[in-house]
Design a protein around this ligand. Sequence first.
Ligand code: ADP
Ligand code: GLC
Length: 486
Amino acid sequence: MRICFLSAEYSPFAKTGGLGDVAAALPRHLARRGHDVRTFIPLHGQMDLRGVDLHPVDFLQGLKVRVGHHDMLYSVHTARVPGSDLWVYLIDCPALFDRPRIYSDAHDEHVRYLMLTRAAFECCQRMSFAPQIVHANDWHTAFAPLLLRTAYAWDKACFGGAKSVFTIHNIGYQGVFSAGQAGDLAPGVGVEALHQDDLAAGRVNPMRHGVIHADAVTTVSPTYAAEIRTPEGGHGLDANLRARGTAVSGILNGVDYEEWNPATDRYIPHRYDASSLAGKARNKEALLDLLRMHSPPATPLVGMVSRLTRQKGLDLLYDTLPEVLERDAVRLVVLGSGEHHYEHFLHDLQQRFPGRVVFYSGYSEELAHFIEAAADIFLMPSLYEPCGLNQMYSLKYGTVPIVRRTGGLADSVRHFDPTTGSGTGVVFNDFDAGGVRWALATALEWYGWPSVWRRLVLNGMAEDFSWEKQIGDYESLYEGLVGTRE
Ligand code: ADP
Ligand code: GLC
């Protein structure tokens, strides 16, 4: 199948979270299955492209595309995806993408990604690449299905056979902008094509248009697909999602085990697998050494790697973490960046428990892998979680996840039962301090029984969330759409 894939992030070139991981892995695995996938991403100014095999596409230089009332100048480069034969198309539009961060609060944030979407379509035209599937991801490229039905509908040769898929990675970010900027959808998309109630209320909601106009809407786990149809989980889009009926489905993300595998991980000092857990213990010692956390190796180490936002459940930790640290011999290492009040709390915690709590504020791919390998327990008490990747990485690394029963966490971690020895982690239900307190106490209790703990660790390591397993669901979805032409 010919697939045009659109994303704001793409690991390792540009990543703030799981979207980057998924947008890189899914096309790569589709390509391996023999599909012709063309992935389009922005050439973000802050990308580190040293050592990347980057080439200008000679017939895609010095182009312009109209977005609203402005002609945006751009050129296209291709970059070889590290470790594969796949190439990704980078849209180089310095006026919009040469900025310090991938996302911002700038007044033209929506224009940046409308430009990406339009430029990708125009590249398809210039390359005579007629996609059968246009796969858009999150609010950034959510106008793609509407653009196909309006501005690009005239081009039957290129887009006449295209079906659109819109994947919601996180419904908490919808990209809303003011109705006064509705003209930025032009040319070819008049205000009459936009959601009228939103317009009347003074706004335009990109994600709502993706939900309404895509031929199929997916999200990244079955449980999250059910949650977003409810008023509590839908962030205002639940009615639109319910109206789409069976066009909405959930496909659990896969894990890229080429990147996230303790037996081959290039970022960790000691490689290991389920048959050689001594390597895991050595990683723990090495990390404790590096962070100057001097403690007997038997003391449990709790890790977190996270965007520091409300979604990730940090509000539950204000009381519980100090309590647990006062009471139990436990160490905590947190890697993350985000909202100021959470950073402040974690800095305070580090000062209050010197040598027992380390907070690394920032972004580090290397440290993220090292923490997965070194920690005994991984804490992920999310308020909501569309899929979540870190709990699946943790399972592979023998690091027992503590998760709340929500979204993809509920679909990927099974609560352990010490009497039967089945299960892979600690799962709590209620989003309150009592829930997380119980979960931490339970994990620490099991940690105290080496044979029980070993069973739990090995159960997790035996789980398989590989893309090889998940890719079939995307293929079936695409095939179903392509087979049902109007
Ligand atoms: P989300 O996409 O909501 O942030 P996921 O669990 O799906 O949550 O994916 C998070 C991804 O981002 C993981 O690959 C994780 O390792 C990575 N990540 C998050 N914060 C950091 C950080 N501060 N440094 C390095 N990697 C991070
Ligand atoms: C989002 C979600 C996360 C998911 C990721 C990749 O950022 O918050 O749960 O794993 O996208 O789909």
